[in-house]
Design a protein around this ligand. Structure first.
Ligand SMILES: Cc1ncc(COP(=O)(O)O)c(C=O)c1O
Length: 342
């Protein structure tokens, strides 16, 4: 068996219960493109978790969910505010700009979180044809720095967005980790605080692939079914994405996986913090650990354990735990770190 690493929760395999769900769905023929009973059941589960008055669309991946969700609520003369660390800005190869035509206005943050005071001064030129028009605040929950917006912070951003004619979009690739961290339901940290559009992640939480775009105001979804097809994100054998969501959301699998990943990150973070030359750069609030260490040790550590340098300038690395990270993985890694980082 290949060794587990700390590079990404995307590097983990698929949860056995999800594999089982796919296997159980692989029986006979059903209508393609989502007109099947498994998809109907999965949609009901989304309504149970997020509220009944929503529109949900399954897609293949997280970039697709973000790009198409944003496309649905913007026109090309609009501006989207996001953190300068945002996946939509850094890791989507310009797809949001290409498909929406919008200008992404990025904001530097110490911890991946946007704050109203940072956006306020950027709201100018409203109604002036020479300027892009503010339309969306896009945040990630969990953020790319592993931090988690509180319910109050989410509500403050949503209220501010709405008071200023904007919408709040959430990249929830790790929303399960955030819900666990906040001891909240999905609804409490989305619909109830005023989120308008959500990319809901399944992949990092144990699915093989599959994410969902959730609209909390159905009218915002508008022509989304055409946008999804044009955007090449309409899965024909939808039942296999639906079955995976059903596995995650029908019981507590989503919570078990995310709780475990968050706990493992806590252990990893507290062990690393005891190594004198290592400093945590962010509080460990979810399943990510961010830390600086002297540059010269990194290549040796990477020979045995795969992980990414997050910010080369300050020699900061990112270590991610997943649903399948074990305490033994952490113990082995920490023993090695202590041996090397002297
Ligand atoms: C914050 C965030 N958003 C979205 C994604 C989804 O990306 P992908 O298109 O690779 O599924 C990722 C994956 O790494 C992510 O970290």
């Amino acid at each position: 068996m290949s060794k587990r690493s700390f590079a990404s929760d995307n590097n983990a395999g698929v949860h056995p219960e999800v594999i089982e769900a796919i296997r159980n769905t692989n029986d006979g023929h059903v209508i393609a493109y989502g007109n099947d009973p498994i998809t109907a059941r999965a949609m009901e589960l989304f309504q149970k978790h997020f509220g009944s008055d929503i529109a949900v669309y399954f897609v293949f991946g997280g970039t697709g969910a973000n790009v198409l969700g944003l496309k649905a609520i913007t026109q090309s003369h609009h501006a989207i505010f996001c953190a300068d660390t945002a996946h939509v800005h850094v890791d989507e190869c310009g797809a949001p700009e290409k498909f929406t035509g919008c200008k992404l206005i990025t904001i530097a943050t110490p911890d991946g979180k946007l704050r109203v005071e940072q956006i306020k001064p950027l709201l100018h030129g409203i109604g002036v044809e020479h300027h892009v028009q503010p339309r969306v605040i896009s945040i990630s929950q969990v953020t790319e720095m592993g931090t988690v917006y509180t319910r109050e912070e989410l509500k403050t951003l949503a209220d501010f967005a709405h008071d200023n004619g904007m919408l709040l979009h959430v990249d929830g690739a790790r929303l399960a980790n955030a819900a666990v961290a906040l001891n909240a339901t999905f609804k409490e940290i989305t619909a109830d605080v005023g989120v308008d559009v959500l990319s809901f992640g399944g992949t990092k939480n144990g699915m093989m692939y599959g994410e969902a775009v959730v609209f909390f105001d159905k009218s915002l979804a508008g022509d989304f079914k055409y946008i999804r097809k044009q955007g090449m994100q309409l899965p024909s054998k939808m039942r296999f994405i639906s079955a995976q969501f059903e596995a995650l959301l029908s019981g507590d699998l989503w919570r078990r996986g995310a709780t475990h990943a968050n706990q493992m990150a806590q252990v990893l973070g507290s062990e690393l913090a005891q190594v004198p030359k290592i400093k945590l750069t962010q509080p460990v609030e979810s399943n990510g650990v961010f830390a600086t260490l002297p540059k010269e040790y990194i290549p040796t550590l990477q020979e045995k354990y795969f992980f990414y340098v997050w910010d080369d300038a300050i020699s900061e690395v990112r270590l991610m735990a997943s649903f399948d990270t074990s305490e033994e993985d952490i113990r082995d890694f920490i023993d090695f770190v202590k041996q090397i980082v002297q």
